[in-house]
Design a protein around this ligand. Structure first.
Ligand SMILES: CC(C)(COP(=O)(O)OP(=O)(O)OC[C@H]1O[C@@H](n2cnc3c(N)ncnc32)[C@H](O)[C@@H]1OP(=O)(O)O)[C@@H](O)C(=O)NCCC(=O)NCCS
Length: 179
């Protein structure tokens, strides 16, 4: 589907599970080099995107399409730990570059935190791990009220480079969640 008007109104933003029929919109996202720069994945061809959508995303416990008027323009996910790690979960998000700079992700993350602690049983802490160079994403969680806990030095190898990551957290008991 062609994305002609990329100016969105925040009241038109909604979150919902992905469907197989979202493939074309999902492809726009997954073939965007600006988007993939800080992501674990590399830009994908249509077949790879189809497999990811069907076998990884549609079966994921908490993965939502960020939609404008029901058209996916990004995604947001929470991966909760298991067993003794179930008190914490990691949030991740991505938005098509044509939509950057309108506050859409900030709005979407706020939507998630308003309900995620009651949706995911046992969740007490939401973490965000963000590349030290990804200032735009750091600004998003800063604005929302996540606490910057520090820098995890040489934390992982990303696209051939060993990267330092900033770790942020938000607790169920933090006032931001209830405000
Ligand atoms: C991270 C991402 C979701 C942010 O989307 P966005 O639409 O720009 O987010 P918002 O508009 O809600 O907020 C961005 C904020 O960063 C600020 N910003 C933009 N560029 C910046 C920079 N170079 N340095 C610091 N802040 C910057 C904006 O001004 C805005 O803050 P403000 O509202 O105080 O003005 C988007 O860039 C993206 O999808 N990137 C690729 C995937 C990714 O990095 N995901 C996160 C992995 S942890």
């Amino acid at each position: 589907m062609a994305q002609l008007n990329t100016k969105a109104t925040l009241s038109d933003i909604s979150l919902r599970p992905f469907k197989e029929s979202d493939l074309e919109d999902y492809m726009i996202l997954m073939s965007d080099d600006k988007v993939s720069q800080f992501c674990r994945w590399n830009t994908m061809c249509k077949e790879e995107a189809f497999n990811e959508l069907i076998y990884a995303i549609c079966t994921h416990p908490w993965y939502r399409a960020i939609c404008v008027k029901d058209m996916p323009i990004g995604y947001i996910l929470v991966k909760q730990g298991e067993g003794n790690d179930r008190c914490r979960g990691e949030i991740g998000y991505v938005l098509g570059s044509a939509y950057w700079g309108q506050g859409i992700i900030t709005h979407a993350v706020k939507m998630v935190i308003s309900s995620i602690f009651s949706e995911l049983q046992g969740l007490e802490r939401l973490e965000a791990l963000i590349d030290v160079e990804n200032l735009r994403s750091q600004r998003v969680v800063d604005k929302i009220g996540f606490i910057r806990e520090g820098v995890l030095r040489k934390y992982w190898i990303h696209k051939g480079r060993t990267r330092d990551m900033v770790i942020y957290s938000l607790l169920n008991s933090d006032s931001t969640v209830h405000g």
